[in-house]
Design a protein around this ligand. Structure first.
Ligand code: GRF
Length: 203
């Protein structure tokens, strides 16, 4: 299977996925890493691994539709079976999302359906929740919605800040995201309405 990973910045989740794929010898190829920002730090890591990189610079497009179309053309040229959003800071058009129905996944730094959008760690602090987390989900037209594949959580302590939560959560993201991508690659995910059934050997 061919995987294309979309990033906008640091790319630590992308890195975790690339490393897991290598280490665990997935029957999959990270066919390209695409960034909407030319200076995304993650591009360097991808290049260092010999992964082709593409920049489709969002700010040079007049509309969301025209950017998404250009992005779609790049992804389809590569022939991706799966599109992985990893810190890709763009809202995608319904047309784009529908084109990759059940083949596009995202990680969001909250326990969805709580705290959609930006500043999720601050949102969690403000709400006073004692458990915070991250969610891997299939992408649908509605922002930060879509069938949930996996979640991980951390406890919120008295002295936590948005930064400390983000930092602790990132370690969990680096575990659940590669695992979820691997389940997809191995055809173990079945979307049934709003739910994802996971078909592992033990269940
Ligand atoms: C992660 O916290 C992810 O959940 C969120 O943006 C951050 C991206 O980090 N969507 P990185 O670029 O993967 O290092």
């Amino acid at each position: 299977k061919k995987i294309v990973i979309l990033i906008s910045g640091r790319g630590s989740n992308m890195q975790a996925i690339v490393q897991a794929a290598q280490r665990e010898q997935w029957a999959a190829e990270i066919a390209a890493v695409i960034s909407n920002k030319p200076d995304a730090a993650g591009l360097q890591f991808a290049q260092s691994q010999g992964i082709p990189t593409v920049v489709v610079e969002s700010k040079t497009f007049a509309s969301r539709e025209s950017f998404d179309l250009a992005l779609q053309q790049e992804i389809d040229k590569i022939g991706a079976d799966l599109v992985v959003l990893a810190g890709f800071m763009r809202i995608l058009t319904p047309a784009f999302v529908q084109h990759y129905e059940n083949r596009i996944i995202n990680i969001h730094p909250s326990l969805l359906p709580s705290f959609v959008g930006l500043h999720t760690h601050q949102q969690a602090l403000d709400a006073g929740v004692k458990l915070h987390g991250a969610t891997v989900h299939f992408v649908t037209a509605e922002l930060d919605h879509g069938p949930i594949i996996d979640q991980a959580c951390i406890r919120v302590s008295n002295d936590d800040t948005a930064d400390s939560l983000a930092q602790r959560l990132l370690e969990k993201e680096h575990i659940i995201y590669p695992r979820a991508v691997r389940l997809f690659v191995e055809d173990k995910l079945e979307v049934q309405g709003d739910r994802v059934l996971i078909h592992t050997d033990t269940s």
